[in-house]
Design a protein around this ligand. Structure first.
Ligand code: ADP
Ligand code: ZN
Length: 291
């Protein structure tokens, strides 16, 4: 038996095949262009494994429709990527593969990967954020995603601007929300350089850490989770976690007693594999529940 994983991102789709132990057997990546083009590559890839493929897990960029009883369940809905608006993702897969499809957001999938195999293992409440091209968040309670009328959009929480920061924010919906102030493109717009090209001692990182710490502060007070995991390209700055710990400590001001910060605010143990492993684990669950 084999499981399929699709991490559907705004720039690329990463598809993988995993075995029964959820070990990655093969992984490929396709650029995100149009649904017709990208999905035909995806379908061609999984077709090679059609005989043994028993379920597929998808973690998609969004917003997406996750309501099982909705007419547009399995669709990408109001994304700014126009070609993908109202695209029937799950339906398109089902036309080619008659297997259960697990369907959730890209960040939820990464959260799930960390919950099963990484820094959320054995914990009942896990929150995962990605700080990359955008900011996204997902939360799990006892292995289930927290959701209501839709999935969370924690990346767009409001934050208080840093006193040394005159950047107005670049979120098309909210201006200076967390994503508008702290995602990779905000760093680039503010400084004229990509995050990966800015040295560790640049003052911009104190501003960035302040915003991520505010995110951790809000998360702590709303959910009191067991762990908050920050992944994504921006967190590849290894010095960030320590800066976030310092700023978080100052903001929280001992109001609640959290787990020790080196275990509480962390980067993903699975690094860039969190999403793929999460999708494979979700596929396995979907297959088990189908019986
Ligand atoms: P995506 O969000 O598109 O899936 P990433 O999580 O890699 O992809 O995020 C890409 C963003 O992260 C870009 O804005 C990039 O400039 C930034 N980034 C990538 N690597 C680093 C790094 N080492 N330090 C700081 N920023 C980085
Ligand atoms: Zn926003």
């Amino acid at each position: 038996m084999l499981y399929g994983s699709i991490e559907a991102g705004g720039t690329k789709f990463v598809c993988a095949i995993g075995n029964e132990d959820l070990e990655i057997v093969e992984r490929v990546s396709y650029p995100t262009t149009t649904p017709e083009e990208t999905m035909s590559s995806v379908i061609e890839f999984f077709s090679q494994y059609q005989e043994e493929l028993v379920a597929i897990g998808v973690g998609s960029f969004g917003p997406i429709d996750i309501h099982k009883d909705s007419e547009t369940y399995g669709y990408i809905t109001s994304t700014p990527k126009l070609a993908w608006q109202n695209f029937d993702f799950v339906g398109t897969l089902k036309k080619s593969f008659d297997v259960p499809v697990a369907w959730t957001t890209d960040v939820n999938a990464a959260a799930y990967g960390e919950y099963v195999f990484g820094n959320g293992k054995g914990l009942s409440s896990v929150v995962y954020y990605t700080i990359g091209t955008g900011v996204g968040g997902g939360a799990l309670q006892d292995g289930r995603f927290i959701e209501g009328f839709s999935h969370p959009e924690m990346g767009h929480m409001m934050i208080v601007p840093h006193s040394d920061d005159d950047f107005k924010g670049n979120c098309p919906f909210h201006g200076n929300c967390l994503e508008g102030m702290a995602a990779g493109p905000a760093i680039e717009k503010r400084s004229g350089r990509k995050g990966q090209d800015i040295p560790a001692d640049d003052p911009i990182w104190a501003i960035e850490a302040e915003y991520i710490a505010q995110c951790a502060y809000n998360t702590t007070l709303m959910l009191s989770p067991d762990v908050i995991i920050f992944g994504g390209g921006v967190m590849k700055q290894r010095h960030m976690v320590e800066k976030v710990h310092q700023a978080f400590k100052r903001l929280l001001n001992n109001y609640v007693k959290t787990p020790s910060l080196d275990k509480y605010i962390v980067t993903p143990a699975l690094e860039d594999n969190a999403g793929t492993l999460g999708c494979l684990a979700l596929a396995k669950n979907a297959e088990l529940h189908a019986h």
